[in-house]
Design a protein around this ligand. Structure first.
Ligand SMILES: C[S@@+](CC[C@H](N)C(=O)[O-])C[C@H]1O[C@@H](n2cnc3c(N)ncnc32)[C@H](O)[C@@H]1O
Length: 363
């Protein structure tokens, strides 16, 4: 089918190709999208140096300071900016700086965690929301599509009484994460249990909070399958349980384009929206990494999702039995252009070029 417009000259050619390193079973990769201008969102646009890692929502086309799938807090933004400044005088930075990351030596799970995940911000939101709605702190978490268990580890770190269960069908990220993410945590594998099972399998202990972060649930590409997943989640939650997941959208989500972001650890993250088919919602995205020595890791992660829209997902969650389903939208930063990391319930949302919201479904 001929494309009417495309910001990516090569997107058709890229479709279905170059997935040698792809992990087809993997779901969503949270994209912490780069701070790019609208004009520069054509192929391989570049992130502003030192841009805040957090700040999910791009408020204005053309002038964003941070964009889409980055969720976080303004507090953390400020801390990161301070840390970046601090390091600047001590280490050689920018072009020519030596880093340990090259295509040969880098580990894709480490690159993913550094680029994509914000477990501290996610756990902040889970705890804050549960306390607000249920008047107490939650202790038992279930993470669906848990991968390396990065978020579960953060959950355990918050409180010695906290426990977690993680569900993922792939032993590779699970084993990687168990070996690396739980260092320094008291009794980690007595408190956190990984299950190499489909996310539709029931929990061992009914969770107070169950989460599916970074859009992983978008691997369910038809309505009956998504409904059956939501029904399984609803049945599985504790009586006062919450199911919290994220979703992204905005007109830039539909564009075939690449965005890049420099990661302070010393490499470049590339979020590649390869194709979107409006008749089906089929959405193909990839993550690539580029290194300072000129080498690349192409298609380190490959996603075949459906780009769902928010109202239809809310309807499906209600049909699954949830008593209330609300979306939480990010406030605006002082710059008036990017998100501030503070998510609040909002009935209508905001028509930003790129947004991420949390959906909170109450049992
Ligand atoms: C991109 S990772 C998510 C990692 C992490 N949770 C995050 O927030 O970024 C998606 C994971 O979903 C897992 N997965 C895909 N389909 C699944 C299913 N039906 N049941 C359980 N895990 C599944 C994959 O093995 C992969 O580890």
């Amino acid at each position: 089918m001929a494309k009417k417009t495309s910001s990516r000259a090569d997107s058709t050619a890229s479709f279905g190709a170059g997935t040698a390193l792809a992990d087809a079973g993997e779901a969503p990769a949270a994209k912490k999208r780069s701070s790019t201008t609208k004009a520069s969102t054509t192929k391989a646009s570049t992130t502003k140096a030192g841009a805040a890692k957090k700040g999910a929502t791009k408020k204005k086309a053309g002038r964003s300071a941070a964009s889409s799938a980055e969720k976080g807090t303004s507090r953390k933004n400020a801390a990161k900016k301070r840390a970046a400044k601090k390091g600047a005088g001590k280490k050689k930075s920018g072009r020519g700086a030596k880093t340990k990351y090259t295509a040969k030596t880098a580990d894709r799970h480490e690159l993913y965690q550094l680029s994509v995940q914000s477990p501290d911000a996610d756990v902040d939101f889970l705890v804050k929301t549960y306390r607000k709605l249920r008047g107490q702190k939650p202790t038992h978490l279930r993470e669906d599509f848990c991968g390396t268990g990065y978020l579960m580890a953060e959950w355990l770190r918050r409180n010695d009484a906290n426990t977690a269960e993680g569900y993922d069908i792939d032993p590779d990220p699970v084993e990687w994460g168990k070996a690396r993410n739980f260092e320094g945590i008291e009794d980690p594998f007595e408190r956190a249990h990984f299950h190499l099972e489909d996310v539709r399998e029931p929990s061992r202990v009914a969770p107070q909070v169950r989460t599916a972060p970074n859009f992983s649930w978008m691997i369910f590409t038809d309505r009956p399958t998504l409904l059956s997943y939501f029904k399984a989640v609803h049945a599985d939650l504790a009586a006062d349980g919450l199911f919290i997941f994220d979703i992204y959208g905005g007109f830039e989500a539909f564009e075939e384009m690449e965005e890049t972001r420099r990661i302070p650890a010393g490499f470049t993250y590339v979020w590649d929206q390869v194709s979107y088919h409006p008749a089906t919602g089929d959405y193909h995205c990839r993550i690539h990494f580029r290194f300072k020595d000129g080498t690349k890791l192409k298609s380190a992660f490959d996603y075949r999702w459906r780009l769902w829209n928010l109202p239809e997902v809310v309807d499906i969650a209600r049909e699954a039995g949830f008593s209330a389903v609300d979306s939480y939208w990010e406030g605006t930063d002082e710059d008036g252009e990017s998100g501030n990391g503070e998510f609040k319930k909002h009935a209508k949302g905001e028509n930003c070029p790129a947004w991420v919201t949390y959906v909170v479904a109450q049992k």
